[in-house]
Design a protein around this ligand. Structure first.
Ligand code: PHB
Length: 364
């Protein structure tokens, strides 16, 4: 059987959208935004080059100045950013693609130099992460964040609501709520980072509350079949952990079913690392619990993706790094063509090099 016979390459329905195939471009931080956290002038070309993906999930994008945690990442909270993103969505749509925006608040994974007025990053609790922030002056150690007051939480929900409004105004087909990889919503979910004693901490129900309020607010504005969510139940990314992730994430997914979301997008394993990290956790439980489209991500290659479809382990498969080096990844997978190698030195920051200059087969 040739690769092309796999239904990976057949069109499929995602909410109101007919996707060209079941291959998703995962959100990828590239740190090339212009001053004002406006998407790069090259971003329309970069994304349009990759528009043969069934769905593009654009890079993580801060929903407020406070939500920023890395140098040169784009935002979605003001009109200049909306104007920049409009060029991106128009370019992708002109190529027949579909594109969602990933809504990001980093919480404690930031640094005062990236925050308004040099403020401390905010988090559920004042627990300092191990590791370093990527600032405009290079890597700097994370600091102890400031615990959000109960009275501030409606303002966090409002940041997601406002950003989703602007994302739709900017022409995105939908939004992905980033609740993975140790950022703010994940920090609330996990008992390593959430030590609160109010209604937003303690029990699994309480730790899930902020996430579900965000989902409720976003789906009140954006039709729920245009809203996805990303979780990374077993990833240790950004110094995150939980004493009982299986119970926590089973609860989260059961609650998410109420909203009839477009999809659940799961980082299977350690973000950007091994797929197997915790033998005690069965990710297929989440796939089976979720009543909707399941997007699997992390370390997939063609063989693993075809197998996942054959065994119905996932509906769509998201590829990350392979999409950076191969704008025509779908065509290459379909024909079994070799893949370009990724240049790790041009992943973050810089110019067209390693961004828009990877060649497609037919252009080589
Ligand atoms: C990264 O910049 O490496 C990064 C950003 C967002 C993620 C994961 C990794 O969710």
């Amino acid at each position: 059987m040739s690769n092309a016979n796999s239904d990976l390459f057949h069109s499929t329905q995602l909410g109101p959208f007919t996707l060209q195939n079941r291959i998703v471009m995962a959100p990828l931080t590239r740190s090339r935004a212009q001053s004002g956290d406006i998407p790069s002038e090259l971003a329309p070309l970069y994304y349009a080059q990759r528009a043969s993906a069934g769905l593009i999930i654009a890079e993580a994008t801060q929903i407020s100045p406070q939500g920023k945690g890395y140098a040169f990442t784009p935002g979605i909270y003001d009109d200049a950013q909306v104007a920049g993103w409009k060029k991106v969505t128009a370019a992708v749509h002109a190529k027949g693609g579909h594109i969602f925006l990933q809504l990001w608040h980093v919480g404690r994974i930031s640094h005062p130099s990236l925050q308004p007025d040099g403020a401390l990053p905010v988090a559920p609790s004042a627990v300092q992460p191990e590791g370093n922030a990527f600032t405009e002056d290079g890597f700097q150690p994370f600091v102890t964040p400031r615990a959000l007051a109960l009275e501030e939480l409606p303002g966090i929900v409002e940041q997601y609501r406002h950003a989703s409004l602007l994302a739709i105004e900017a022409g995105f087909d939908g939004v992905e709520i980033h609740a993975a990889n140790g950022y703010l919503l994940d920090q609330f979910l996990r008992d390593k980072t959430n030590l609160r004693t109010d209604n937003y901490g303690g029990s699994i129900e309480n730790r899930s509350r902020l996430l579900l309020e965000v989902v409720e607010a976003v789906t009140a504005l954006v039709p729920s079949d245009r809203v996805g969510i990303r979780l990374s139940p077993v990833s240790p990314a950004n110094d995150i952990a939980d004493s009982n992730p299986q119970a926590l994430f089973s609860h989260v997914v059961e609650q998410l079913n109420r909203f009839k979301l477009a999809y659940l997008h799961v980082v299977e394993g350690a973000t950007g690392g091994p797929r197997q990290v915790d033998d005690g956790f069965d990710l297929q439980i989440l796939r089976r619990l979720f009543n909707g489209t399941y997007i699997a991500n992390n370390g997939y290659d063609l063989a693993l993706a075809i197998k996942a479809r054959q065994d119905n382990l996932a509906d769509l498969i998201a590829f990350g790094r392979p999409f950076i080096a191969n704008p025509d990844l779908v065509e290459r997978l379909k024909t079994g063509a070799p893949l370009n190698a990724l240049d790790p030195d041009t992943l973050y920051g810089g110019d067209a090099r390693g961004y828009t200059d990877y060649q497609a087969l037919n252009a080589a």
